[in-house]
Design a binder for this molecule. Sequence first.
Ligand code: ATP
Ligand code: MG
Length: 325
Amino acid sequence: MTLAPEALGPTVTVGEILVEIMATTVGEGFLAPQTLIGPFPSGAPAIFIDQVARIGGACGIVAVVGNDDFGRLNVGRLKTDGVDVSAVAVSADKPTGSAFVRYRTDGSRDFVYNIKHSAAGEVTTTEAAQALFSRAGHVHVMGSAFAIAGLWSILVEAVSIVKARGGSVSFDPNIRKELVQGGDGRKLIDDMIAVTDLLLPSGDELLVAAGETTEAAAVERLLDLGVGEIVLKRGSEGSTHFSKAFGRVDCAAFRVEEIDPTGAGDCFGAAYLTSRRAGLPPQSALLYANAAGARTVTKQGPMEGVSSKAELDQFIAAAGREEQA
Ligand code: ATP
Ligand code: MG
């Protein structure tokens, strides 16, 4: 199916609102006192929805924060940037979720998380959430929602409400392989793929999502299953769109210095989806998405590199790429 136009209603997502606190030095873990910087607003669904708003899309998020400064910091940012936060609840007794992060020399990361047992683990269907779903035009699903009990079923509910009114679904299967191998995980992914209009995998998530071993076979299988478009994220190699309607469309990455890759995939997906819902063809949507991903990696802090439409236009023009749009 095609993506629902903007006019049908806002893009909504469900998931964790967090803060991130980062080590200021590269190295292993947190076994010694060290200098930290933060809190930065974070959480993949929050980053995604903030980028939807900044590029000009109507949007909202269903989430829970604590009655504390971490929650106020993040929700304040979302609100300022134009996200509908009417379905963000405040937990009576749990703190806002957090993640402490330190990069190792090889680029991998050490984490100390407080998510499952934080306010983020308490998401339930509220009246405000139902109200948001019933006027939404699109639902974005994060594979990472698997990790939080109860979240997946709310997403499934959101999908059925929004689909029933002619809306569309995007799915970022940012999911660990180990989660898929069990029978349950596989079925949940297959069920989500069956209702997905836009799939946003990176790396071998494409193969995992399709249960295939080559890119070509995976693309063919997913398009045959009814996925309208697949957009493969390739990090510093750019991105590729696949669909029956437009075939294969490649878009080269922008050359930037990578400071902090966290959030690139979420900003990319948000910029692509919002551009397509606004009526742009895949090639232009990819250009905006690559620009949004590239700008994100140049900024420290997961949500600090989120871009407005004007910033993206300026960035694309400065790189001499606007003629491809
Ligand atoms: P995440 O690390 O947030 O999970 P992801 O793996 O889902 O992200 P990536 O492929 O890493 O997604 O990044 C998304 C997009 O951002 C890429 O397709 C590319 O357009 C852009 N991007 C990411 N890293 C770079 C980079 N180093 N240089 C230029 N562009 C980049
Ligand atoms: Mg990546």
